[in-house]
Design a protein around this ligand. Structure first.
Ligand SMILES: [Zn+2]
Ligand SMILES: [Zn+2]
Length: 139
């Protein structure tokens, strides 16, 4: 996986980036802040050292939010479509890449579920049936 380069972009495609292995970690984060920031049961992030990340286009369309009450919690998103994008930590050393924004498949799978005690009761704790698309009731 060393040297592997993954492409990523936002929902509208205005912002794009490249991230390069080696990865520090690939993890699901169930903390309350990640749940709020993603609107989902957990965030799934790929962590890399900053030199392994670069914007390809649209960096000027990104906006960053630093949570004032946190020592180091931030989000970055596309101003056009609102979807989450990578951001560097406050120390500037690490870039947190929301895995859902990747266009390519990483060669590794998530290695950890962190802040497991903070998870929502309904998140990742059941075996719901799977469907290829929307279920019947959606029509
Ligand atoms: Zn966008
Ligand atoms: Zn989190």
């Amino acid at each position: 996986m060393s040297g592997e380069v993954l492409a990523g972009s936002c929902l509208c495609g205005s912002v794009a980036y490249h991230v390069r292995a080696p990865y520090l970690q690939f993890a699901h984060c169930h903390c309350r802040r990640c749940r709020k920031a993603t609107g989902s049961g957990h965030a799934t992030n790929l962590y890399v050292e900053r030199p392994n990340f670069e914007w390809v286009r649209g960096e000027e369309l990104t906006a960053r939010f630093d949570l004032p009450s946190a020592k180091s919690f931030a989000t970055t998103f596309c101003r056009n479509c609102g979807s989450p994008l990578p951001h560097h930590t406050r120390s500037g050393r690490i870039v947190v890449v929301p895995a859902g924004s990747l266009d390519d498949e990483p060669s590794i799978s998530p290695q950890a579920r962190i802040f497991w005690e903070s998870r929502a009761e309904w998140s990742c704790s059941d075996a719901a049936p799977t469907f290829v698309a929307y279920p019947e009731w959606w029509k």
